[in-house]
Design a protein around this ligand. Sequence first.
Ligand code: HEC
Length: 118
Amino acid sequence: MIEIGYRYGELHWSGSDQNWSYAHYQVQKIELALENALERRPKRRGSTEATFIPALNEMARVVREHDAARFGEAFERMTAACNACHAAEQVPSFYVVAPEARYSPIRSMPDEMVPDPQ
Ligand code: HEC
């Protein structure tokens, strides 16, 4: 969950930068981290599939389509789904909000440095 929290923050900033390939990377890593967490605690799978997965899938779609106009809405929906699981799992003190500061040094690469696709 520490990893998911970090990646959630990175996803937020990558969306506001419109750094879509980095956003896509974070969505995939959140999926993987969640899958690993559910393998350890299979009882949580049912509620996650009902609430969190649809929100994450919508976020994945927005990122895939570079849909900047819908990013904020998808991010809010995903945040609500994080918190719904925390409530359902009896950790109401773990209330998630979008980050106010950046922790990672990653930004969009200046255009002139981006390599040609191979
Ligand atoms: C499957 C239910 C579930 C979902 C979905 C979920 N969480 Fe959690 N999260 C938990 C539980 C349960 C804990 C309490 C610690 C533990 O048991 O791992 C937790 C703890 C955390 C922590 C504290 C970690 C620590 O040890 O400091 C963070 C940060 C966190 N979640 C972020 C998120 C974010 C951000 C999302 C959405 C992108 C999210 N979580 C989605 C269940 C969930």
